[in-house]
Design a protein around this ligand. Sequence first.
Ligand code: NAD
Length: 384
Amino acid sequence: METVKVGVIGTGFIGPAHVEALRRIGHIEVVALAEVDQATAKAKADALGIPRAYGDYRELLEDDEVIAVHNCTPNKLHYPVNRAILEAGKHCISEKPLAMNSDESRRLVELAEQSGLVHAMNFNYRLNPLVQHARVMIERGEIGEVRHARGAYAQDWLLKPTDYNWRINVADAGPSRCFADIGSHWCDTVQTLAGAHIDEVMADFTIVHDERLRPRGEVESFAGKQPSAEDLEPCKVETEDLAMVMMKLSNGATASLVATQVSAGFKNAFTFTVDGSEASISWDQERPNELWIGHRDRANEKLVKDPDLLHEEIAELAHFPGGHPEGYPVGTKNMCLLAYRDIRAGGPAEKPLYATFQDGHAEMCIVDAAVESARDRRWTKVER
Ligand SMILES: NC(=O)c1ccc[n+]([C@@H]2O[C@H](COP(=O)([O-])OP(=O)(O)OC[C@H]3O[C@@H](n4cnc5c(N)ncnc54)[C@H](O)[C@@H]3O)[C@@H](O)[C@H]2O)c1
């Protein structure tokens, strides 16, 4: 099998996770990376063992050996960089969100569809083996009619007013922060599970700290370093630390989500329960090897991840036998596994399990509607 040569743009927190995921799949080689400048690119390339380092992503796009590119830059660069990747004739794997708003994401969908290239998004949670098992359970009617999805995505890394990251700046991240950044994962997962679209939203956004202290230089996400007091300057916060969102789905079900980045002790607490007419299913990404199945008239169950016990069509998404836990990295690995299968096949599959730019656009439309709903304090339709 021929080795597919890949480039990665942006190597802060999530870029190296893509590199690791790619290295866990055979016959793929990350041959180049691009960063903000040449010195950073060189240092990151040395650290990650990647042969070629570019200080400008446009140089990477001129590298003829590279046929697929991962965009792991901050949000404001997703539209221009995704566009440039597709225009360079390379398959595009983008981090979420697809763009800063739905006008941009609509244009990217058009471009991607015209290109015939593979376009994937890293909504990784939908590709955890037990989430896909739950999806197939729902599809087969094993929990009855889906009535409601409820859950939370709770983190604490922005709890203090001294916590800062580019995600707080509207110009870098967009007009919604907590809902767009982490709530979007939950919406994508729930739409995947229910096989339905979110059609209407009622959102309430809270800014806990309307002023934060920002370090004078750049900060890498989740690096865990606290700058000293003299290196900080005040800045105004315009995006939500906490979002409560009610939703109506196209299949008649409803959903409710609390997304928060200011909940002490909650690191990456992504949870959902889908309530069906016959049974409920719950999953917690911090305990990703367990799927809880709730019954009314018999004992509840806990399915522990084991490829031999998963529905056959998705069992390949579990890579280790029962009793050998898999966690957060498995979602990105599965996204790469399936997207690169399509890349080898020459183009996108009809309905891939991984998120595509169409899914990324759908998510941007939900974010736009939630921002409008929170501002106008009313139910708002998701316009596609
Ligand atoms: N799917 C997930 O679970 C997940 C998790 C974390 C982040 N993300 C997404 O990934 C993106 C990056 O987030 P992060 O947490 O890694 O941020 P980060 O700040 O840690 O890393 C961003 C990197 O991009 C680099 N960069 C900035 N401008 C660049 C340019 N012009 N050219 C090349 N590189 C450039 C920065 O130097 C930095 O290394 C965000 O859009 C975020 O939403 C997704």
